[in-house]
Write a protein that binds this ligand. Structure first.
Ligand code: HEM
Length: 226
C-alpha cells in the first residue's frame, strides 16, 4: 500500500485532511470577506466589480479557486467517511448521552456542516454561476468593460428571505468554525503551552468577527440600496 493510500484510509490521515482543508477554507473565508468589504464603499459598485473581474480572470487566483473547490469537496467527503467510521467503531453509543467535554458545536458538526454546504450551493448558484455564465449587465470604467456583479448582489439582497437566510447561515457558520478552528490545531499537533492561549483567543475572535462581517453585508445592502 502506498503512503497516499495508507494516509487516505487511516483515521488519523483522514483527520489530517479534514484539518488541512478546513484551515485552507478558513484562509479562503478571510480573503473572501476582505474583498467583499468593497460592497460598503458607496461607489455604486465600481471597486467591487473591478475586484470581481480580477478574481475571476487572474490565473493565480483561478488556481486558488480550484483549490477552494477541491477543499470543499474533500472536506465534505472525508467528514462523511470519518463519521461513518466513528459510528461503526462505537455502534452502541456512550453510557451517558453526551461525553462531558463536548460542546453544542462539537456534537453537531455534521448538521452544521450540512447546512453550510446547502448555503454554499445556493450562494454559488446566486452569484458565482451568474458571474461565470449569467447574462449580466455590463458597465464601463475608464474605457474597460466589466460585468455588473454588484447589481446582482444588491438585487438579491432586496429580498427579506434571502437576507434572513444569510444571517441565519452565518450563525451556523460561527458555531461550525468555533469547533473546527480548535479541532484543526489539535489534529495538527499545534498545541504549545506558550502559543495555544493566543491561538485560542485569535480563533474565538475570528469565529465571531468573520460571520458578523459576512452577515452585515446583506443587512447593509437591504437597508441602503432599496
Ligand atoms: C454575505 C456575504 C457574502 C457575499 C456578499 C458573497 C459574495 C460572493 C460573490 C459575489 C461571489 C462570486 C464572485 C466570484 O466568483 O469570485 C462569491 C463566490 C463564492 N462564495 Fe461568497 N459571498 C458571501 C459569503 C460567503 C460565505 C459565508 C461562503 C462560505 C461559507 C462563501 C463561499 C463562496 C465560494 C466558495 C465562492 C466561489 C469562489 C471562487 O470561485 O473562488 N461566500 N461570493
Amino acid at each position: 500500500m502506498s503512503w497516499v493510500t495508507k494516509t487516505l484510509s487511516s483515521t488519523i490521515g483522514r483527520k489530517l485532511i479534514m484539518a488541512l482543508t478546513g484551515l485552507f477554507l478558513i484562509l479562503f473565508l478571510t480573503g473572501h470577506v476582505s474583498g467583499n468589504l468593497l460592497l460598503f464603499k458607496g461607489d455604486g459598485g465600481e471597486a467591487f466589480n473591478i475586484y470581481a473581474k480580477f478574481m475571476t480572470t487572474n490565473p493565480a487566483v483561478k488556481l486558488l479557486s480550484y483549490l477552494t473547490y477541491i477543499s470543499i469537496i474533500g472536506h465534505v467527503i472525508f467528514s462523511i467517511w470519518l463519521s461513518k467510521r466513528n459510528k461503526s467503531a462505537r455502534p452502541i453509543g456512550y453510557g451517558v448521552s453526551t461525553p462531558p467535554s463536548t460542546t453544542v458545536s462539537s456534537r453537531n458538526m455534521g448538521i452544521l456542516g450540512t447546512i453550510i454546504l446547502i448555503f454554499i450551493v445556493v450562494h454559488m448558484q446566486s452569484f458565482w454561476a451568474q458571474m461565470h455564465w449569467g447574462d449580466l449587465p455590463v458597465v464601463t470604467y475608464d474605457g474597460e468593460q466589466y460585468k455588473d456583479l454588484f447589481s446582482i448582489v444588491t438585487f438579491a439582497f432586496q429580498n427579506e428571505l434571502m437576507v434572513i437566510g444569510y444571517v441565519v447561515a452565518m450563525v451556523f457558520l460561527a458555531f461550525h468554525l468555533s469547533h473546527g478552528f480548535a479541532s484543526a490545531f489539535q489534529t495538527l499537533g499545534l498545541n504549545h503551552a506558550k502559543y495555544s492561549p493566543a491561538i485560542s483567543v485569535i480563533g474565538k475572535i475570528y469565529c465571531i468577527l468573520v460571520p458578523i462581517l459576512f452577515a452585515s453585508m446583506p443587512v447593509y445592502i437591504y437597508f441602503t440600496q432599496s
